[in-house]
Design a binder for this molecule. Structure first.
Ligand code: SF4
Ligand code: SF4
Length: 472
């Protein structure tokens, strides 16, 4: 009996990308160097701080404080993280709408780490043909040695990746000593091991499968594409046959002859397919596996130059440009993304630039919302929270905005001293002796004064005072 089976996952066909040089390969190497340099070196650099650790970037989970150059992020500032994530999302939408999958091709961790793992494979085992031959050969001493060396170097890079991540969470010099003397805390070993294994599997073994099957961005980025989005594309009319637009080089007899014979510029050398890290043929049109790494552009340009043809048979272009029209970048969608990005970035920058070292919050206790006292007055209760974000002990004095007919009491006291990086909660009871009617000013403002660097400062926080409505 015949069965008609379909599979959700195509068995992996090993890919052995051939090396290539060119403009985009150079850009990718530069991005790689900057990204690796930043990631691996940052924990080792020192940064002068008045109070606090001297590590450039230190994410101290125990003290719930992140040190990033001159910026100290406290647990209370966690909304900055939300702002940062929103910026990242809008930036991704904005860039993808205009330039397609440049993030995938140049900046994604998966791309960067796979590139390095491929480089190692290339250095140890040789160019594409040698690697394919080795993979298909029977096991021998040479194969064991070459494969072992490749895996060992992969493992070292993966381990250093995992360890470097761990070093961001404590003093790097101290932690690395503890790590190799067996004295580091358990989470340091667990995190390093987890990241070593995931890096090894993702960049060494799974590679393009991560982009094709695991990454959600690869699936939804199509929704941000339109006919003006930049894509890596093969100029089919020029490649497959003469198209009128692609005038042959007058001095190039070979190309002229091909045009006269109605033969396209693609000489079917296959170089663009051989360099592709996801193993596709760009000449078959746009495919979701394409990560826009542009290596096929470099490959084809190399061939075109070698045979004296104009470059750009494969190039960055858009569907609109391919159909002979001009690209439109200033579109409502792109302007909208750009505008949203600008607003969120401005708000986050403003919030960071105007960050305070002390925070005051007031929150009304709503159960019950108010109380009728026997003397006819109305009582509301509040929780006042004070955060000392400084690295030293601070003293504060609380008071309430003076209003006729109102009295108040802070419990346990209106004066408090907080150790460095600590917070405290104080109860506030406010009574209105002469209940007002609806529509009157119903706000309660707490003022807090303190001295910072010899300068007296005052901050305030406001909440509402509830009176019973008619009929209560
Ligand atoms: S088709 Fe070209 S741009 Fe797309 S992944 Fe392959 S080499 Fe990179
Ligand atoms: S590299 Fe250029 S010439 Fe060679 S097969 Fe690809 S498109 Fe054709």
């Amino acid at each position: 009996m015949e069965t008609n089976q379909t599979t959700l996952h195509q068995g992996r066909v090993p890919i052995y990308p051939r090396s290539v040089s060119g403009r985009y390969r150079t850009i990718k190497y530069i991005v790689l160097l900057v990204a690796y340099g930043t990631y691996f070196l940052l924990p080792w650099f020192r940064w002068e701080r008045e109070n606090g650790p001297d590590q450039t970037v230190l994410l101290n989970i125990i003290e719930r404080r992140f040190y990033i150059f001159d910026l100290t992020v406290y647990a209370q500032d966690i909304f900055w993280l939300a702002g940062f994530l929103i910026i990242a999302a809008f930036l991704l939408f904005f860039v993808t709408g205009i330039a397609g999958r440049v993030f995938c091709g140049y900046f994604c961790f998966q791309t960067l780490w796979t590139d390095v793992f491929l480089l190692i494979e290339h250095i140890v085992q040789g160019e594409r043909n040698a690697r394919m031959k080795l993979a298909n050969s029977a096991w021998s001493m040479k194969k064991v040695l070459l494969m072992s060396l490749t895996w060992l170097l992969w493992l070292l890079v993966a381990f250093w990746t995992g360890l470097s991540f761990t070093l961001y969470w404590d003093d790097a010099y101290n932690l690395i000593y503890q790590f190799f003397t067996g004295a580091a805390p358990f989470p340091a070993y667990a995190t390093t091991l987890f990241l070593t294994l995931t890096t090894f599997v993702m960049a060494g073994l799974a590679r393009e499968q991560v982009c094709t099957y695991m990454c959600p961005y690869a699936r939804f980025q199509g929704a941000m594409f339109d006919e003006d989005t930049l894509i890596v594309s093969y100029d089919e009319p020029r490649g497959e046959r003469s198209c009128g637009r692609c005038k042959p080089d007058k001095g190039n007899k070979q190309q002229q002859a091909r045009v006269e014979q109605d033969i396209g510029d693609c000489i079917d050398c296959g170089y663009c397919v051989q360099v592709c890290p996801v193993g596709i043929d760009i000449r078959n049109g746009m495919q979701y596996q394409c990560v826009s790494c542009a290596l096929c552009i470099d490959a084809c340009n190399t061939i075109m130059k070698a045979i004296n043809y104009p470059t750009g048979l494969i190039r960055y272009t858009s569907q609109r440009q391919l159909s002979g029209e001009k690209n439109r970048v200033f579109k409502l969608k792109n302007i909208g993304y750009g505008f949203a990005l600008l607003i969120v970035t401005t708000l986050l920058s403003w919030s960071i630039l105007h960050r305070t070292t002390t925070e005051l919050r007031i929150q009304q206790i709503r159960q019950p919302l108010y109380v009728h006292l026997s003397d006819g007055s109305i009582q509301n209760r509040y929780m006042v929270k004070v955060f000392n974000k400084r690295d030293e002990e601070m003293s504060y004095k609380l008071t309430l905005q003076q209003r006729p007919g109102f009295s108040w009491e802070f419990s346990p006291s209106s004066q408090l001293t907080l150790p460095a990086s600590k917070s405290a909660e104080i109860q506030l009871v406010v009574r209105a002796d002469n209940p007002q009617k609806d529509g009157a000013d119903q706000s309660v403002t707490v003022y807090m004064t303190y001295t910072e660097n010899g300068i007296e400062k005052e901050i305030s926080a406001t909440s509402s005072f509830y009176f019973p409505t008619q009929g209560d």
